[in-house]
Design a protein. Structure first.
Length: 351
């Protein structure tokens, strides 16, 4: 097979706009779910969501996805959510795709600027013998939300493709998981997929790539490309500071050295560090919690450390403080998490 083009990023850890989080909060509210619980999992506020210039750390959006999946993690909910993503959801990035001359041009553009999307699963597009194959890589997506995000992301991709070219149909579709409910899949993709496949993979006629898009305008797409280039450059500058803080906290084993000390290590004033983190859609406290949660889950997963041992390694003076924090992060105690994680690993595949 020949790859159409490599995606611009190989992992989901890139900064995003707030449109996807705002869409998920509306989706929850429309389904009668407590939408406020989604933002409660982050440091974001409704005011920040309303600001189109705000960029958020990918883990903030992941926390919202996890909160939504905890409220309703069914396949039907994930697929319905994915169908809510339309080409207009993506702003100037989506407008560039609409304005592309052909579907091939739109796909090449979307892969080149993939870090302007909201996906967590990374797409790989290949051509062979008149077939176009789109495969989603979820190998780096957290296991507890991987199935939900595979379904959401592929449903969103197909929804956008249908916006670009309404006559698009899938020839074949496969998922690794098993499912006994097919109505939601048929509504999202127009066919019943194969379950128990070796990958999440969709196939369609490659002749569709050459079809002209109804709203093609080369001058418009050139203008959009320049704006997308500027957006990507700005996002990468903003996101760098979050990763630098995260790396230093990981080196400290999750121990909170204090914002003043981390700022000193970065040769910044505390005020400047706080401002730059705010511009990245996060905060020092949120990054400390994120690193501590990730390390705590890894340590608990070993099965050889007690809750008290994990608390001590993360710098907590008392196990009770760690238990309280862990329950705030995950909604369960460390002991319950360890039991659930072990049970999940021992369970057979599928639901």
């Amino acid at each position: 097979m020949a790859e159409l083009a490599a995606p611009a990023v190989g992992d989901w850890d890139f900064p995003r706009g707030t449109a996807s989080i705002e869409l998920m909060t509306r989706f929850a509210a429309d389904r009668g779910l407590p939408a406020e619980k989604l933002l409660a999992a982050t440091t974001l506020s409704p005011e920040l969501l309303a600001d189109p210039s705000v960029q958020v750390d990918a883990r903030q959006e992941l926390a919202v996805v996890r909160a939504l999946a905890d409220l309703d993690g069914s396949d039907a909910a994930a697929l319905d959510l994915g169908r809510r993503y339309r080409v207009t959801t993506f702003g100037i990035f989506g407008f560039a795709c609409i304005s592309s001359p052909t579907l091939r041009d739109a796909m090449l553009f979307s892969l080149r600027y993939f870090d302007l999307s909201f996906a967590f699963c990374i797409p790989h597009v290949e051509l062979e013998a008149g077939r176009l194959t789109l495969e989603l890589d979820d190998s780096r997506v957290p296991a507890d939300v991987a199935r939900f995000l595979v379904l959401r992301d592929l449903a969103a991709i197909f929804s956008v493709m249908r916006d670009l070219l309404p006559e698009i149909v899938l020839d074949d579709l496969g998922f690794r998981h098993e499912s006994s409910t097919v109505d939601a899949y048929r509504a999202a993709f127009g066919l019943v997929p194969r379950f128990g496949a070796d990958a999440c993979r969709a196939t369609l006629d490659s002749a569709l790539l050459a079809l002209p898009l109804p709203q093609a305008n080369e001058q418009t797409v050139a203008l959009c490309a320049a704006q997308c280039e500027a957006l990507v450059a700005r996002k990468r500058r903003r996101s760098g500071i979050s990763q630098q803080v995260r790396e230093r906290l990981v080196r400290l084993g999750g121990v909170d050295a204090g914002m003043d000390e981390i700022a000193r290590q970065l040769t910044l004033s505390t005020r400047t560090l706080r401002r730059r983190l705010t511009e990245s859609g996060t905060s020092y406290r949120a990054l400390v919690d994120e690193v501590r949660q990730a390390l705590a889950e890894e340590l608990l997963d070993t099965g050889v450390l007690s809750v008290e041992d994990v608390a001590y390694r993360l710098g907590y003076a008392e196990a009770s403080s760690f238990i309280y924090a862990f329950k705030r992060w995950t909604g369960m105690t460390p002991a319950a998490f360890a039991r659930r994680f072990r049970a999940a690993r021992q369970a057979p595949p599928g639901r």
